[in-house]
Design a protein around this ligand. Structure first.
Ligand SMILES: CCCCCCCCCCC/C=C/C(=O)SCCNC(=O)CCNC(=O)[C@H](O)C(C)(C)COP(=O)(O)OP(=O)(O)OC[C@H]1O[C@@H](n2cnc3c(N)ncnc32)[C@H](O)[C@@H]1OP(=O)(O)O
Ligand code: NDP
Length: 291
């Protein structure tokens, strides 16, 4: 057996004979999730837009597979309904079942809300909300309605809002609400659906997405994380493995924050600029704030 770097805290063979789709499974967080699932015996289909990244990741993943797990990669833009329909049918043709759907593919760009073009807003909403919905709907229609399953959506730490990320924060909060709705609507189909909200997780592709300035802003933001460090992709994959596992059999409709408490502290990146505040509402001069 070839050497794999994967170390999981979960029991070997936990997901033997199971099958998962991981969107965005070729890079960063999605790759770690795929590797851990494969190492636990789960066959994995990784899907995203860029064929070269997928092929390279699939080669790496082959080394991580245990207990008869296999890896398949396929190009899929989750914004395209036909692509998503094919992703699910191809998975079923290849592996005959679908136990886990991990909606990890997504992203955004940094932009003040007021400057955002409709095309850019739509690109991010269609990727993070509509794309996630299409994958969920198709998994349900083609398999999970009759066979049950577990769905995990990777969202964002949007609890306090995200200046400069209005599009993505709105989309991710919508996915959280969609997950609550479907946890109830599909409980009788034996489907569990949860979200994982990563804090600031280091990966080369995540940092590169924001260019040179991004590296700088990432570094500055460390001081705003109570844990005083960035998260690792492995810390997200462990959370996903837990939510897919029988140990989470009674967990559904929830969001697990894996964020070193950053969501409870200050905004991650952008401060409110200095400005002349409003007068506020008071009846008498004596009650006006003097400090
Ligand atoms: C000042 C620097 C601050 C740095 C801050 C660092 C923040 C760190 C955040 C830490 C938390 C991490 C969160 C993460 O999610 S990391 C994951 C990163 N990975 C990705 O985001 C995945 C890749 N991203 C994308 O694929 C795209 O962002 C997108 C989701 C939009 C995909 O869209 P598509 O490929 O269709 O997009 P296009 O490039 O064709 O653009 C479509 C229109 O979108 C508008 N747009 C795109 N980029 C920008 C931009 N940089 N600024 C403003 N507007 C943008 C634009 O209207 C595009 O159309 P046009 O070009 O025709 O106008
Ligand atoms: N890193 C972090 O700190 C945080 C990350 N997240 C979220 O976690 C997820 C993974 O991010 P991370 O690994 O860090 O960054 P990456 O940029 O490495 O991952 C984004 C993945 O999404 C895929 N993707 C993007 N658009 C589409 C699409 N239209 N169809 C299919 N796949 C798509 C990309 O593949 P391709 O380009 O080949 O399509 C890529 O594999 C993302 O949703 C991200 O927003 C959330 C909070 C914090």
């Amino acid at each position: 057996m070839a050497n794999s770097a994967v170390k999981s805290v979960f029991a070997p063979g936990l997901f033997k004979s199971r099958v998962a789709i991981v969107t965005g499974g070729g890079t960063g967080i999605g790759q770690a999730i795929s590797r851990e699932l494969a190492h636990l015996g789960c066959s994995v289909v990784i899907a995203s837009r860029k064929a070269d990244r997928l092929a390279a990741a699939a080669e790496k993943l082959a080394v991580d597979c245990r207990e008869g797990a296999r890896v398949h990669h396929t190009v899929c833009n989750i914004r395209q309904e036909a692509d998503v329909q094919r992703l699910v049918s191809e998975t079923l043709d290849k592996f005959g079942r679908l136990d886990f759907l991990v909606n990890n593919g997504g992203g955004q760009f940094v932009c003040p809300a007021s400057d955002m073009k409709l095309k850019g807003w739509n690109a991010v909403i269609e990727t993070n909300l509509t794309g996630t919905f299409l994958c969920i709907r198709e998994a349900h229609r083609q398999w999970m309605k009759r066979n049950g399953g577990s769905i995990v959506n990777i969202v964002m730490d949007a609890y306090k809002g995200w200046p400069m990320f209005a599009h993505s924060a709105a989309a991710r909060s919508a996915v959280e609400n969609l997950s609550k709705t479907l946890a109830v609507e599909w409980a009788s189909d034996r489907i569990r659906i949860n979200c994982v909200a990563p804090g600031i997780i280091y990966s080369e592709t995540a940092v590169a997405n924001y260019g040179e300035q991004g590296r700088e802003v990432f570094l500055r933001s460390k001081a705003r994380v109570p844990a005083r460090r960035f998260g690792h992709v492995e810390e997200i994959s462990a959370a996903v493995a837990f939510l897919c596992s029988p140990a989470a059999g009674y967990v559904t409709g929830q969001t697990l924050y894996v964020d070193g408490a950053v969501s409870l502290y200050r905004t991650q990146f952008f401060d409110v600029p200095e400005f002349e505040p409003a007068e506020g509402w008071y009846w008498e001069e004596s009650s006006k704030a003097k400090l």
